[in-house]
Design a protein around this ligand. Structure first.
Ligand code: 2NL
Length: 344
């Protein structure tokens, strides 16, 4: 019996040492120490041992049991530690690896130009005002001195939603709303950027949806010379060069007198080229002194206050500044086109 116990001690010691996983170790614990384990089964033979030998064998058996328990426990903590180390190694994150670059879009050139225009006017003391794109007939036309029979109000030219509601055809209704909200206070000094809509067949220079920036100044003593000075300064800042401007007479229902402003050609400096069609001049905006009826609709006494207003097209401004020949480039969203403006 002593030999069998010693043999068991040897065998257990080497198989515990050789165990490679916690599962294997668990099986060994059952195999050697379990109720139906090998130690128990050897000890069942105690009855055949001489009575005086029994305490010695019993002592040996206990010694072997505790040795096996100790070995099993030690091996178990070794294996647990090894498993933890392996898991930590597996889950290690290399924080120095370069990250994945999320694809970033670019500012649309029209939006970039709108923001350039805003910044220039903000620098001259203007505020930016915005308003609804779905407008009433009153704010879009009536308040702007476009009477019911005016050809611009033709159903053919605007997107009507009901006979009284339409998509705004210009940003002027925002200016009327702003005047109303100020309840006669001066100065009014605003620009209104935004999308506008006209029923038009799209071609190289026309789009049924485009953008506009309008401006409005109302105060005591505003004259054409304020209009001239502000718009010259704007044009020079926008194109980043010294320019000549000239005003030509024109007509808008909401201004009187009305003008169109030309700048000396930014391409040839006035000598004549393809861009200015050999005239040396390029038209960039329409403007004028606010019609007294429009001032009155906005809540301003036209005897006491005067104002000037202007409107320009960011598409046209962008085409002139960046040499773009077709307005449809702005709306077809070809990434090869748009990516050229990523530094704006
Ligand atoms: C153009 C011409 C213009 C205005 C817009 C305006 C607005 C109010 C009162 C008076 Cl509330 N006028 N706007 C005036 C003159 C011209 O736009 O060619 N735009 C692209």
């Amino acid at each position: 019996m002593r030999d069998r116990l010693e043999a068991l001690r040897e065998e257990a010691a080497s198989s515990i040492q050789a165990a490679e996983s916690l599962e294997q170790l668990k099986e060994l614990r059952i195999k050697y120490l379990g109720k139906k384990g090998e130690l128990t089964s050897i000890l069942r033979g105690m009855k055949d041992v001489a009575p005086e030998e029994r305490p010695v064998i019993g002592g040996l058996a206990n010694e072997i049991r505790s040795a096996m328990e100790k070995q099993l426990d030690e091996k178990e903590s070794d294996l647990q530690e090894a498993a933890l180390k392996a898991r930590l190694k597996e889950e290690t994150i290399d924080v120095t690896l370069p990250g994945k670059q999320a694809p970033l879009g670019t500012i649309h050139p029209i939006q970039a130009v709108i923001e350039q225009i805003e910044d220039i006017f903000i620098g001259m003391g203007f505020e930016v005002a915005e308003g609804p794109e779905v407008e009433s007939d009153y704010y879009n036309f009536e308040a702007l001195n476009l009477p019911k029979e005016h050809p611009a109000r033709d159903m053919q030219d605007s997107f009507y939603i009901t006979p009284e509601i339409l998509l705004r055809t210009h940003t002027s209704p925002v200016q009327v709303r702003t005047m109303e909200a100020k309840e006669g206070q001066v100065p009014v000094k605003i620009i209104c950027p935004g999308k506008v809509y006209r029923r038009d067949d799209d071609d190289a220079t026309h789009s049924h949806q485009f953008t506009q920036v309008e401006g409005l100044v109302v105060d005591r003593g505003i004259s054409m010379s304020e209009l001239n000075g502000i718009l010259l300064s704007f044009a020079e800042q926008f194109f980043g060069m010294e320019l000549e401007t000239r005003l030509r007479p024109s007509y808008f229902p909401f201004t009187e007198p009305s003008v169109e402003m030309d700048i000396s050609c930014v391409m040839c400096g006035g000598k004549g080229c393809r861009v200015c069609k050999q005239t040396g001049w390029i038209e960039i905006l329409g403007a004028g002194m606010v019609h007294p009826r429009v001032l009155e609709h906005g809540g301003y006494n036209a005897e006491r206050y005067t104002g000037f207003a202007f409107g320009m097209g960011p598409e046209r401004m962008a085409m002139l500044k960046y040499g773009i020949d077709d307005i449809r480039h702005f709306y077809t969203n070809d990434l090869r086109f748009l990516r050229q403006f990523k530094t704006l």
